[in-house]
Design a protein around this ligand. Structure first.
Ligand code: BES
Ligand code: ZN
Ligand code: ZN
Length: 489
């Protein structure tokens, strides 16, 4: 989707959108359509019960010369905040994507808006218009996207500058969605790394560990998960150094497919487990966004990449593995593999980069979806200030989080008869014991947050700024978290 900002409407054929605040169906805005049209449009909008709620759309056609011009009134709501502008852009994109229109003109003339706000409208549209048709070889012409360009008119000062930053974020979200959408026969650990190599063009430094090296280092937990697959594991580290400051780290669970291993999952819905790399996908997308907008921050993104398969060499329930941290784990359930992968990735980034702030993201537990549904990711943290920074970024970015508890009593549930810990606790509180497990790999003095995003990576229905499928959750959250707290101004 091409985005352009202009002072006045272009010539030629296009669909015209007029954004309206709640209750602003009167006066000057409609007057711009000409007197005869204004009355018609107002009555049409009223019959359509259009009241300007954020993202509401009333669509109609106006006679223009010999032809007809498609007109869309789109609501900005009462608050008229960034989110409302994104909803409006998203709603327009959803409506027009396959409509046959190739150009959309969104006309803010006469509406007091800021360039920043108008750029958020563009962001909403670009995010909502994303789709992945790589494997659809028989789409009929009318099923294909037609909308190719959005011209934003009368946006005001600074719209282009704001968009150039937001565009980088949109690209990061799109990258995450692509990684999450790709099936596991295409996107396995090596392929994931391969796709991330293009981040080098943005100035990201990339390091990749192969199994031999990981074995030498002692990553028994990550390699234990990978050993049942013919696809070799990878540890991917991406460094963006946009400022000469101490680094922070993002760590993602990248299980490119989770069969459950020998503790195999039921067949129904198992295909969903292609997106069990959504945490790693969010980390990769966030790195793209940060590098793309040249964030003045120093961030290391680590992805633990494995495929969890049950073959003759797969690890068994009851196996004991030695992790990079030196602690041993009794693998009670091979389906609780994400925490095993993360334990070594977390230990590695602390050992090699000495980071003092870490945020990990993982589609870690089904129990997280039971607790929070698809409305919030779960946030666990050993540091209140870090937790509050993330909650604030969640609110602002539209990637919502809800804080969950940690505590000694939960931790004790992981004690093992034979090793330092088991990889699962009892059924109840499953997301919390999973977080407690990770916490055992965080060194003293390190601020750490764990985001269980199992319910957020994939959507069964379209939302304001995403279609059904991969949401790209986490990219905007991490980008905002960095911008607000770790960027030199
Ligand atoms: N990848 C799953 C968690 C998951 C389930 C994510 C459904 C998204 C949707 C994870 O590896 C897993 O299987 N967890 C187990 C843990 C259990 C064995 C303690 C689970 O949640 O059932
Ligand atoms: Zn699993
Ligand atoms: Zn998993």
């Amino acid at each position: 989707m091409k985005i352009r900002f202009a002072d006045r409407r272009p010539e030629g054929s296009y669909a015209l959108a007029l954004p309206l605040a709640a209750g602003a169906l009167t006066g000057e805005r409609l007057g711009a359509l000409g007197e005869a049209n204004a009355g018609f449009v107002r009555r049409a909008a009223e019959s359509a019960r259009f009241e300007g709620e954020a993202g509401a759309v009333a669509e109609m056609f106006l006679a223009e010369g010999e032809g007809a011009r498609r007109l869309l009134l789109v609501g900005l709501g009462a608050a008229e905040d960034d989110a409302a502008y994104e909803r409006a852009g998203g709603a327009l994109a959803a409506k027009l994507l396959t409509s046959g229109e190739t150009t959309l003109v969104v006309d803010f003339s006469g509406h007091k808006t800021s360039g920043e706000r108008a750029a958020h409208c563009a962001l909403g549209a670009v995010l909502r218009a994303w789709r992945y048709d790589a494997y659809r070889t028989r789409l009929k012409p009318r099923q294909k996207p037609s909308l190719a360009e959005i011209v934003i008119v009368g946006a005001g000062e600074g719209a282009e500058a704001a968009w150039s930053k937001l565009e980088a974020v949109a690209k990061g979200v799109a990258f995450t969605r692509e990684l999450v959408t790709e099936p596991a026969n295409i996107l396995y650990p090596e392929a994931f790394v391969e796709r991330c190599l293009k981040l080098r063009d943005l100035g990201v430094e990339i390091t990749v560990l192969e199994p031999e090296e990981m074995a030498k280092l002692g990553m028994g937990a990550l390699l234990g998960v990978a050993q049942g697959s013919t696809r070799p594991a990878r540890l991917l580290a991406m460094r963006w150094k946009g400022a000469d400051v101490e680094p922070i780290a993002f760590v993602g669970k990248g299980v490119t497919f989770d069969t459950g291993g020998i503790s195999i999952k039921p067949a129904a819905g198992m295909e969903d487990m292609k997106w069990d790399m959504g945490g790693a996908g969010a980390v990769a997308g966030a790195m793209m966004a940060l590098a793309g907008r040249k964030a003045k921050a120093h961030v290391i993104g680590v992805c633990g990449l494995v495929e969890n398969m049950p073959d003759g060499n797969a690890q068994r329930p009851g196996d004991v593995v030695t992790t990079l941290s030196g602690q041993t784990v009794e693998v009670i359930n091979t389906d609780a593999e994400g925490r095993l992968v993360l334990s070594d990735a977390l230990a590695w980034v602390q050992k090699t980069h000495g980071v003092k702030t870490i945020v990990d993201l993982a589609t870690l537990t089904g129990a997280m979806i039971i607790a929070l549904g698809h409305e919030h990711g779960g946030l666990f943290s050993n540091d209140d200030a870090l937790a509050n920074q993330l909650l604030a970024a969640a609110k602002e970015s539209g990637d919502p989080l809800w804080r969950m508890p940690l505590g000694e009593a939960y931790d004790r549930l992981l004690d093992s008869q034979i090793a330092d810990m088991k990889n699962v606790g009892p059924r109840f509180g499953g997301s919390i014991t999973a977080a407690q497990f990770l916490k055992r790999f965080i060194e003293d003095g390190v601020k750490w947050a764990h985001l269980d995003i199992a319910g957020m990576v994939w959507a069964s229905k379209a939302g304001a700024t995403w279609d059904k499928g991969a949401t790209g959750y986490g990219v905007r959250l991490l980008d905002r978290f960095v911008a607000d707290n770790f960027e030199a101004k």
